[in-house]
Design a protein around this ligand. Sequence first.
Ligand SMILES: NC(=O)c1ccc[n+]([C@@H]2O[C@H](COP(=O)([O-])OP(=O)(O)OC[C@H]3O[C@@H](n4cnc5c(N)ncnc54)[C@H](OP(=O)(O)O)[C@@H]3O)[C@@H](O)[C@H]2O)c1
Length: 225
Amino acid sequence: MKNILITGANRGLGLGFVQHYLNRGDRVWATYRDKATSLIKLESTACNPIKWDVTQALAETEQQKLPHEINLLINNAGIYGSKDGGQSLNNVSEEELLKVFKTDAVAPLLLVQSLLPRLKRGKATIANMSSKMGSASDNSSGGVYAYRAAKSALCIISRSMAVDLKSDNIKVICLHPGWVKTEMTNQTGLIDIDTSIAGLTSVIDNIDNYSPGAFVAFDGTVIPY
Ligand SMILES: NC(=O)c1ccc[n+]([C@@H]2O[C@H](COP(=O)([O-])OP(=O)(O)OC[C@H]3O[C@@H](n4cnc5c(N)ncnc54)[C@H](OP(=O)(O)O)[C@@H]3O)[C@@H](O)[C@H]2O)c1
């Protein structure tokens, strides 16, 4: 039975991870921002909702709910940013760039920093949810500056973490969930949440098959940075 912390877990892929690990018999700490409606509906005593906007420091009262050791951290919370041309070369603003960067790249790093003692005690795996849109090699269509840059930064952050934390027996992987039907894609993805989660959790279980900080898709394919 593992202690698992998942951010952005009241909907979408985050909620899918929660359901998967609860079904497996693990204990889950699941973060939400506003109301924990979907998490409460799960009616599981193994599910511990934690109120946390990942761009803010965690309140002391919520911090006390976290387990002494964490075995798996999934940095899942993320935002895409503007969708209607707001991320084009002509339109993208400093405000937009910084907002997406703060949520998608800075927050996962600071979260690991703040949880380090717990992660070390748990000899944890850290899974950072990036996107293929953060792959420089895969970028042939351009645009989407804020989201691409932030997810790309999360890849290099994952690689540095993997190197820095190896001696603490902490393993790090960077994930691409596929194009999934969630609110982020307005339900227009190619695959459903269950398919993505089945693949991602298998990749996490088999992390030793990949190099430290590797960027891996839900189907096990390694994505070049
Ligand atoms: N869906 C895809 O096709 C796809 C593809 C590539 C990568 N991804 C990545 O996969 C992850 C999950 O995406 P999704 O498709 O499940 O998206 P989603 O349905 O939009 O869910 C995003 C989650 O992140 C949370 N979140 C956003 N900003 C936050 C903040 N400041 N603090 C705490 N939580 C915050 C949201 O919480 P609220 O409910 O409070 O808003 C929500 O739980 C994201 O990192 C996304 O970039 C998704």
